[in-house]
Design a protein around this ligand. Structure first.
Ligand SMILES: CC(C)(COP(=O)(O)OP(=O)(O)OC[C@H]1O[C@@H](n2cnc3c(N)ncnc32)[C@H](O)[C@@H]1OP(=O)(O)O)[C@@H](O)C(=O)NCCC(=O)NCCS
Length: 122
């Protein structure tokens, strides 16, 4: 599927915040990375983050959990891609899965001169 992407990895000790959970800024970086990867793949070229909306940190995430990010293209325009992103984490010992965070992001396809370009779809 060209309009959907998943990533999974372990939350590492260097991702920790002062409260002992995964740092919110790290989660935001991961969401930006998966959004970027999907936008570049979908638009067949470079893309940049334009707008981030509705970030909701619902539950904290533990170090050592299996983090899974899911990104789905919801709508597209001339140059823009509106992407919904969800983050879950799994406690590998118990198998318990928690919905940690979600947001929507807009990425814009960019040409070699740094200007927006029309999406190449399909
Ligand atoms: C991305 C950039 C080239 C767009 O420049 P621009 O010519 O002014 O673009 P526009 O205002 O026409 O917006 C481009 C598209 O984004 C959409 N858009 C812009 N702001 C938006 C917002 N707040 N919400 C939703 N969509 C938005 C526009 O509707 C347009 O969509 P369309 O082409 O599909 O119709 C420019 O804003 C830029 O370089 N921004 C910096 C990006 C950056 O540094 N990101 C962080 C690091 S990756």
């Amino acid at each position: 599927m060209n309009d959907y992407l998943e990533m999974a990895f372990l939350a590492e000790p260097n991702d920790v915040n002062f409260g002992g959970h995964v740092h919110g800024g790290e989660v935001m970086k991961w969401m930006d990375q998966i959004g970027y990867a999907l936008a570049v793949r979908y638009s067949k070229g470079y893309a940049v983050t334009k707008f981030v909306d509705n970030i909701d940190f619902m539950k904290p995430m533990k170090i050592g959990d299996l983090v899974r990010l899911k990104a789905q293209i919801v709508t597209t325009g001339q140059s823009s891609m509106n992407i919904a992103i969800e983050v879950t984490s799994e406690d590998l010992g118990s198998g318990l899965v928690v919905n940690n965070c979600c947001c929507t992001m807009v990425f814009v396809a960019i040409d070699a001169n740094g200007k927006k370009r029309a999406l190449v779809k399909g």
